[in-house]
Design a binder for this molecule. Structure first.
Ligand code: KG4
Ligand code: ZN
Length: 334
């Protein structure tokens, strides 16, 4: 098969990104325009503001990406687009751009589920081996997905309430850290000790997670300390919280590796950037002799390279869309 260059577009939340990837594995050029500084003032992403910035940025980011790759649209073989899940207004901007390009340049349009993108970020680093377990940990998702071959997804379990990144961001806010608090809480935990006793959530025999009880436990603890006029040891709380999260995730991953004969574990999504989780997964993979890939930080958070990479495998699986394609704020990965 001749080389295939896929142009990916991602705009599901607050990053406008365009990337060109060769054969699903080789990143040619990626541009990411982040709105973090804009949403920081509000303590979280404001959907309407995010959409407006996508409108402003999308054509600029597209042009910059083509320029960086030293390519034109004529060199592109197909267009991969995040159709969902995500913020509907944000998704629609990327989708309209992708449809327009597909129509004008007569290129196939490939719909990509955002989580498939996070999973396939790993194929930019290492070839996937099956049976594989994808540990998807992001601001919107916490899921264990089993894959027996390319582009075949079987959800073993997931969060029953908050996503792990969401829990990080909310707890970070209680500790007084700026949005997005996840990375800041991760950093602060290095200066602390595990001295606060917090419950390990859903410590059961399922593949599911639950983080809202843990979040409430931290909020209550902070309020109680405040009422008693005790100083809240922020770094210790960060460390204690982080240890519980890592224990909760690794215990369910351990169960999956043992029960499902997993050869390759990949960690995907923004929280894959977390240092303690990376270490916890490395220790577990060493102990159980499974291969482990965790993408470099630049591929962990939202980017279009992962969408273009997933798009290649979706294309091979004949998952081609047309101009009737619509965005979906919620959708199951299948
Ligand atoms: O995958 P992502 O970029 O967006 C979604 O699809 O949700 O993930 C963003 C999430 C945020 O909640 C952010 O706080 C969290 O990933 N995150 C981290 C770290 N870096 C990003 N959480 C904990 N530790 C980190 N180092
Ligand atoms: Zn994401």
């Amino acid at each position: 098969m001749k080389d295939m260059y896929i142009l990916g577009i991602e705009s599901s939340c607050d990053e406008t990104s365009v990337s060109i990837v060769k054969n699903g594995t080789e990143e040619i050029a990626t541009i990411i325009s982040s709105q973090i500084d804009i949403h920081k003032d509000y303590g979280g992403v404001v959907p309407e503001i995010a959409s407006r910035h996508h409108v402003k940025n999308i054509t600029i980011v597209l042009e910059e990406c083509l320029q960086k790759a030293n390519m034109t649209m004529n060199d592109i073989d197909a267009i991969a687009i995040t159709y969902g899940p995500g913020l509907i207004g944000s998704l629609l901007i990327g989708l309209e751009a992708a449809k327009t390009l597909s129509f004008i340049y007569n290129k196939p349009l490939i719909p990509v589920h955002h989580i498939a993108g996070h999973i396939y970020a790993n194929s930019l680093v290492k070839e996937l081996e099956f049976p594989l377990l994808a540990v998807v940990v992001s601001g919107g998702h916490t899921e264990l997905i089993e894959m027996k071959k390319h582009y075949s997804f079987n959800k073993l379990g997931g969060t029953l309430d908050d996503a792990v990144g969401e829990c990080y961001d909310k707890v970070a806010r209680v500790i007084g850290l700026e949005y997005p608090g996840g990375p800041k809480l991760d950093q602060l935990s290095n200066e602390g000790e595990d001295t606060y006793k917090l419950p390990i959530p859903l410590n059961d025999n399922s593949y599911n997670f639950s983080f809202s009880g843990l979040k409430s436990a931290v909020i209550n603890l902070a309020h109680n300390e405040e009422q008693r006029k005790n100083e809240l040891r922020q770094a210790d709380l960060a460390k204690s919280f982080q240890n519980v999260i890592v224990k909760s995730i690794t215990s369910k991953v351990r169960k999956a590796i043992l029960e499902r004969n997993i050869k390759h574990i990949i960690v995907a999504g923004g929280v894959a950037a977390n240092k303690a989780l990376r270490k916890g997964m490395e220790d577990l993979a060493n102990e159980l002799k499974a291969d482990l890939s965790i993408p470099p930080i630049k591929y962990c958070t939202d980017n279009a390279a992962m969408i273009a990479a997933a798009g290649y495998y979706a294309y091979l699986d004949k998952r081609i869309g047309d101009l009737n394609l619509n965005s979906k704020s919620q959708d199951i990965l299948q």
